[in-house]
Structures are given as C-alpha cells and as structure tokens.
Write a protein of this length. Structure first.
Length: 113
C-alpha cells in the first residue's frame, strides 16, 4: 500500500522528530486497520471496531475525526477485501482520504497547543 510506504519512509527519513514519531504511530494504526479489515467480514463491525484504535490520546477526541476516518477506513477496507481488482483506483481513494484526514487532524492538533 502506497500510504504505508510513504509513512514508513517519513518515519525513517524526516528531519523533523515530530513527523518521524507521528508517521511511525500512523503506520502502526494503518497496519492495525489493514489487519482488522482482513479479519472482519462485516464493514459495519470493521468501522465500529476500527474507529477507536488510538487516533487521539485515549481516543478522547477521536469522535472529532470520525467523518474523515470513516472515509479512510472504507477505502482501506475496500483495498484489503478486493481480490483480482486493479487496486490503483482504491489506492487513489486511500490517498485522497488520508490527505483529508491528515489536514483535518492537524487543524485539531493546532487547537490543542
């Protein structure tokens, strides 16, 4: 998955310690979502269980990210559950959903400072 490759690269090469740590945490979360998607036949159960995996401290503010996370999670679920399909289009959905999520999250983080 391109997103995981990008996060792993950022975690290894970014000059910013903040970006390295955040990318490492994000890669862990995305891998958890991928594993959950592969194991969960129901998208409703996946969305319920995948929302609260530590996106914010103790998931106290995760509800503020729910709309953007839902789009990201739906795209990851489609990627993990698709077989014999050209995954480039799904990866495009993941990239777009990640960008929207990350921008929204950064706005929230700035307000926490």
């Amino acid at each position: 998955m391109r997103l995981l490759d990008q996060l792993d690269d950022t975690a290894e090469t970014s000059e910013s310690m903040f970006r390295r740590v955040l990318a490492k945490e994000d890669a862990r979360r995305i891998r958890a979502l991928c594993d959950l998607a592969a194991q969960t036949p129901s998208i409703a159960d996946y969305l319920k269980n995948g929302l609260y995996i530590g996106w914010t401290r103790d998931d106290m503010r995760t509800w503020e990210l729910k709309d953007q996370l839902t789009s990201l999670m739906e795209a990851i679920y489609a990627f993990q559950r698709s077989e014999g399909v050209d995954k480039d289009a799904i990866e495009g959905r993941i990239d777009d959903a990640w960008t929207a999520f990350n921008q929204h999250r950064m706005k929230i983080l700035v307000h926490c400072l």
